[in-house]
Design a protein around this ligand. Sequence first.
Ligand code: SAJ
Length: 427
Amino acid sequence: MKINQKQTVVVIGLGYVGLPLAIRCKEKEYEVFGFDQDKEKIDLINKNKSPIEEKFIEERIGKFSFSATTDEKIIKKADVVLICVPTPVDKNFYPDLKPVIGAAEATARNLKKGTLVVLESTVNPGVSEEVIEPIFRAANLKVGKDVFIAHCPERINPGDPHWNVTNIPRVVGSFDKKGLSLAVKFYESIVDGSIRPMKSIREAEAVKIVENSFRDINIAFVNELARSFEKLEIDVKDVILGAATKPFAFMPHFPSCGVGGHCIPVDPYYLIERAKASGFDHKFLRIAREINNSMPTYTVELLQDALNDVKLPMNGTAIGILGVSYKANVDDVRESPSIQIINLVKSHGAKALVFDPHIPKKSNVKNLEELLKRSEAIILATDHNEFKSLDPQLFKKHKIKVIIDGKNCLDKEAIQKQGIIYKGIGR
Ligand code: SAJ
């Protein structure tokens, strides 16, 4: 098989990763079809509407439209199959490969011989060899002859105004030379950035896990600092910004009410569990996960302490929660610390008033005005632009007594000047 733009690409999984990828392949003049199990999503895409709030997609979906279906037989048309399905963890933080297995089995059932199959979903080292290859072998498809399998870990950063599928450099690994060369050629045809071939498919899988575990442990480091500096009355954000003036060998991360999203809090568990099966315990990764998982509880404890200072019980008090999304200016609640914070606040008998301008469906008040009017205390859980610019006098006007700034994004001094108790995460 040769890679050229007249070929047909089928993208399996049309979310944050698959949808921009399908649009980009269309922009690069491939014949593109999308396959997803979610009928609602398919109907929106076929009406050139984006199922997610993402500028890159919303700007292009009309211009580079492609047809999407819930029928797996569309895979029969593919010269290149791109698997972009979720790789979550279950409630015990154990990797859940069911979506990846389902996509690989559907591909094996409908595969045209000689097709290139690329897994973009984040998986631990070993999944391609131990899970994917056996699925094709069981369908009498020999890897390296009947099918070429590669791994090119996705690197989408939702909401990023600059880095997107067109320009983020990629790494690619495969089982064999032919698979590697086909995959490198394919990604070179759609990405204006470097495509680095890896020595093996297992090393390509390891790259993404390392990238995101690196971020998780660095966030855990500053979250631990925040809890220590709170007792030492040191403003951790000011210290991190001070350290960041060092032009080399320091990379700022910032403490917050928790680590959400479908990547950072999830990916380390894939390595922790696979390494455990080989007899290695990633103590450091586990401790970092424990620290980051503890931040929502810590945030609610800050609220309880502050309410004690104003003699307000949690029970029966109206608490405003600003933001449900896991990070600023997106509409994604996956693994969002806000959800845990809302549940914790409710478990103490408080009334949780929730507002997120990006996710009206998850809000239980009409607008910010109503939340401010009805709340006695506030937890800012997502640093949406709409919240960062709030005038502290507005809080005063609505007699807000306590503000817990879960993203350290509000003006501490200006709020304190209004006679409001302010507690940040480590400041
Ligand atoms: N967070 C902190 N402190 C920080 C940075 C993030 O508490 O210093 C929190 C965020 O509030 C959020 C979570 O961590 O709840 C994840 O934030 P993120 O900025 O890492 O956002 P993601 O999950 O969209 O991460 C993506 C990832 N991209 C891929 O996995 C392909 C990640 O690799 C990128 O490093 C990240 O974007 C990025 O650089 O922004």
